[in-house]
Design a protein around this ligand. Structure first.
Ligand code: DGL
Length: 290
């Protein structure tokens, strides 16, 4: 497998990004906006999506396999663009990828929500993300007294992938049902704790009202990545020239077709990698990681 970086200049190494599928392109979009000179290698595990309905142990195993694949490109940092994988596996990923730095989507979003408001914080995410309690832990690690209410919204991922518009009555009806409890909470901030929810931000904002700050992962994650690269002297300071190479584990045509809605640009070349190849990326000694 080709190494994505240059051995002579560590700053030229790529940033590795993975997600269960397409949704992580919402994070890639913000990474490219903030750091237009960076090379990004993206893996979308489309053969095993969705992660959000699986057990945390299974998601952890998948996440380690995804990261092992990206490590073949000698990345300077890995971004876990998937909320569910971040919730299930961040500590395991940090241990597994060391010395490569790992940035998850949960801690930067938790910090951004706390900075945005002094009021209660609402969180919406997949079933697995909400069941993990990861957002509560990340928020309480900074402010143990802050009230947090999290709500699983499992129908939203398929609705977004189906391409339904925010103004679609079905979308509004599903959202109204899911958000009822959070509307009563009157949060100061609400975390869109899933890669797909930024595509519904306008409708969510309308239902929650203008006083609720909506927090999307992309921007705070991009800021955190930039901060870490700068601190390590690994930032690529180019004002343009960044590249994006995408891999999926299934159906690259669908990935290419839907990429523009998520990533804000059309992605023509999507390479296919089998899940067996992902699994074999983990050294035998690392298999069955706890
Ligand atoms: N990428 C997932 C997340 O952010 C959503 C899709 C899935 O369930 O795999 O939680």
């Amino acid at each position: 497998m080709a190494n994505g970086g240059s051995s002579s200049d560590p700053a030229a190494a790529p940033i590795g990004v993975f997600d269960s599928g397409l949704g992580g392109l919402t994070v890639v979009r913000q990474l490219s906006r903030a750091m237009p000179g960076e090379a990004i290698v993206y893996l979308g595990d489309t053969a095993r999506v969705p992660y959000g309905i699986r057990s945390l142990a299974t998601v952890r195993q998948y996440a380690l396999e995804d990261a092992a694949f990206l490590l073949r490109f000698a990345p300077k940092l890995i971004v876990v663009a998937c909320n569910t994988a971040s919730a299930a596996a961040v500590e395991a990923l940090e241990a597994f990828c060391r010395p490569v730095d790992v940035v998850d989507v949960i801690r930067p979003s938790a910090a951004a929500a706390l900075a945005a408001s002094k009021g209660p914080i609402g969180v919406i995410g997949t079933e697995a993300t909400v069941a993990s309690g990861a957002y509560e832990r990340a928020i309480h690690a900074i402010d143990p007294r802050r009230r947090v209410v999290a709500k699983a919204c499992p129908l939203l991922v398929p609705i977004v992938e189906e391409g339904r518009d925010e103004a679609d009555p079905i979308v509004l009806s599903v959202l109204s049902d899911y958000l009822r409890e959070l509307q009563r909470l009157r949060p100061g901030a609400m975390i869109l704790g899933c890669t797909h929810y930024p595509l519904l931000a306008r409708a969510i904002g309308k239902l929650m009202g203008p006083d609720v700050a909506l927090v999307e992962s992309g921007e705070s994650v991009a800021a955190e990545v930039q901060r870490r690269l700068r601190a390590a002297g690994l930032e690529n300071l180019g004002k343009s020239g960044g590249t994006l190479r995408c891999f999926t584990t299934d159906n690259p045509q669908r990935f290419a077709q839907l990429s523009e809605r998520f990533g804000g640009r059309k992605i023509d070349v999507v390479d296919l990698v089998g899940t067996d190849e992902l699994r074999s990326a983990i050294e035998p000694a690392d298999r069955g990681f706890p």
